[in-house]
Design a protein around this ligand. Sequence first.
Ligand code: SF4
Length: 378
Amino acid sequence: MKVGLSNPALIKLHLLVDGVTFDSDAVAQVGTSDAERHTVYNNGDQPLRGLAAIPAELLLPDDIVAAVRYRANSPWKVVRRADGELEVQRDGEPICKVKIPHRPPYYGVGIGNGVVVDEVVTQYSGYALGIFMRRTCHYWQVGVPCKFCSIEPTRRTYDGALDRLPLPAVVAAVRTALELDPSIRYLEWCGGNDEDLDAGFMEVIDAVRAVAPFRPPHISQHLLLMPPFDHKLISHLELVEEPTFSLEIWDADLFDVVCPGKSGQYGRDRFLAALARGVEVLGRGRLSCNFVAGLEPMDSLIAGCQTLAKMGVVPTAAVFHPDPGTAYAKRPPPPVEEMLELVAALRTIYRREGFRPWMVGSRRASVDGEIYQGYFDA
Ligand code: SF4
């Protein structure tokens, strides 16, 4: 495994764990030519110190997309060099050049009724168009959110996006964004968690159907959502190339603790049955299950990944980030050394099973894609 900092995927892993800070020159063009963060969903930034705006992502060498988790005291800092290029440094030592994604040409474009495109969809993971059907979650509304989740604290502090997306607005915004931005490679759909999970499931399926007539075939789709109560509905996932159900935590007891809403309303056994049904319908290696790495012992998470792989489900994992306003705001992210144990396990699984994780080349919060691409090979 290449573990030196000449490996941009390892730099990404460090940035996800340690966070990053910026000098003011580095973010001087954020909001004009460089893209500013649109905090439509979760936000892992600490309060900004002396900066008006920061980007949501960085582009590392080889165009590797890394999420920005702003931490003012991080050893990692993005600075603007004398030649005008951006560089990331660790403890003041130059590590590599970086870029900030361009500000999308569709931001600020009207789609009628006083709504602009970026109130409906957002640039996400550099090359994806994020479509978050709701900025609310039933589990927050009834007081049992996942303990790491900041969707509601984020919604309270950012009003630049609609809380719920009407279907005509989704169609108009996706159409406009695709027409104006040729860099889009993926549509990243995120379903809303309704009290009625079947209604929430079908809401996003209907939206996927509505954009199908004008979606260019080279633009792939990822869909992240809770499984429905009625497992017959799972057959609708045929519509998207890369569907995901997120169990978040493998250990059964910790799942109850970390995800009390998912556990109480749906339950782990029903979740695993939904994943098994997904494999029956879609075949092995198509449906993935995402975890939050860093909230349970790594050997438990690795055992879960191995069990799912045997079932035909693609295991994937995002790096835990402690978001302000959440129950876990003060928990530390997992150490890089522990993450590398998971990286090695996922590498073995992907190679053995022939699995491809979702949104390879455009996944900001995880190194699954880089594992698949061979960045952690010997
Ligand atoms: S299901 Fe959990 S992680 Fe997802 S939005 Fe609701 S509280 Fe947040």
